[in-house]
Design a protein around this ligand. Structure first.
Ligand SMILES: [Zn+2]
Length: 376
């Protein structure tokens, strides 16, 4: 399912290819987030245009609304949302804790009230596999117990043991042979609990592993150190997915630590807030300095927004609360993230990742990518 094509001699970074029933995905990969079966504001044509290979859906959200039966009738999530590329669904372990009300975790499963209408639900690992088999994503995730941080060591230890037990139950419940089930590593910022979780999960036949329970309230250094040490302890030949991280610079560093897959709401959420990623840092399109600015968001960016529209126009759209502005901003930000990932892959292929990483942190994406096209 996964092959490693190139390795960086100076770090743990690697370039690979993930084979799915909906085509290959080049890694390191960034997955735009479409929790509710839609990457906010964009349609599948936009996603193809910015170069998204795989996107993310969320079983917790889709189970609550529209409900599994609606998606079953549509023939699965791919057909329901008209997405022909690769798809990954998260089980919703994180969302149950962060969104649902009165969440009670028991050995059997998790009981909660819907954040939408207050209805009562009880989800087990077996049920979450059943739901994800109906959704039909190419990669599905085990149900994990994901406490927010800070949490007591006792609570994190209990979450680790429950996550391991639930992973085993997910594996036993899985029926569809065309989906790959990835396990999620928990353990907060406690190195020994992370190790315990990794040791138990890698002893089971999972084709890939995710690092969960980060970006849930801890410091950035905490995220980075934990993700890097967990990545180093996972099997070399299996894909590694860091859930919910992060900013562009963090993606570069985490790719250097050997992470293959990322997802994050930042490019689309920031896009809707008018915060745009550029090689000079983030740009806030609301500011009055852009009122007469005829330049694109970023010179040389091939996205639809930068090819056709000025900063002045995008600022006007934002100020007038026009929906087109949110869409164009999201298209640009996703293009920025996907071109960053492409840059990382090209640099790995041409053995220039170390240089790419340095230039990116010093001078931004444009310079880093320019370095890749120079011969030598
Ligand atoms: Zn652009």
């Amino acid at each position: 399912m996964f092959e490693i094509l190139d390795r960086d001699p100076h770090s743990a970074a690697r370039r690979g290819r993930l084979r799915t029933a909906h085509g290959p995905v080049e890694t390191p990969a960034f997955m735009p987030v479409g929790s509710h079966g839609s990457v906010k504001g964009l349609d599948p044509r936009d996603l193809e245009e910015v170069g998204a290979g795989m996107i993310l859906g969320n079983a917790y959200h889709l189970y609550l609304r529209p409900g599994v039966e609606v998606i079953r009738e549509a023939g699965g999530l791919h057909r329901f949302m008209h997405w022909e590329g690769a798809l990954l669904t998260d089980s919703g372990g994180f969302q149950v804790h962060s969104l649902a009300a009165l969440c009670k975790v028991r050995e059997e499963g998790v009981e909660f009230r819907s954040h939408i209408d207050g209805s009562r639900h009880f989800l087990t690992p077996e049920r979450m596999i059943e739901v994800q088999e109906v959704l039909g994503a190419d990669i599905i995730m085990t149900l994990d117990d994901c406490p927010g941080l800070p949490a007591s060591r006792e609570r994190i230890g209990a979450a680790v043991r429950r996550t391991i037990d639930w992973a085993r139950r997910c594996l036993e419940a899985k029926k569809r042979p065309d989906q790959a089930l990835f396990a999620i590593v928990q353990g907060g910022l406690e190195p020994d609990l992370r190790e315990e979780c990794v040791a138990a999960l890698v002893a089971m036949p999972f084709p890939g592993f995710a690092i969960g329970g980060l970006s849930v309230g801890e410091s950035r250094e905490g995220t980075r150190e934990t993700a890097a040490s967990v990545a180093a302890s996972l099997p070399d030949l299996a894909p590694r997915y860091l859930m919910g991280v992060g900013k562009p610079g963090e993606l570069v560093e985490m790719a250097a630590a050997g992470i293959d897959m990322f997802d994050c709401v930042l490019p689309t959420r920031n896009g809707r807030n008018g915060t745009l990623f550029t090689s000079e840092g983030t740009l806030n399109i609301k500011r009055s300095e852009f009122r007469h600015d005829e330049r694109p968001i970023e010179e040389g960016c091939p996205c639809h927004a930068c090819s056709h529209f000025s900063r002045a126009y995008l600022r006007h759209l934002y100020q007038s609360r026009e929906l087109l502005g949110l869409r164009l901003n999201s298209i640009h930000n996703l293009m920025y993230y996907l071109r960053l990932m492409e840059g990382i892959r090209i640099s790995l292929k041409t053995n220039r990742f170390r240089e790419f990483r340095e230039v990116f942190h010093r001078s931004g994406l444009r310079e880093a990518r320019a370095g890749l096209s120079e011969s030598g």
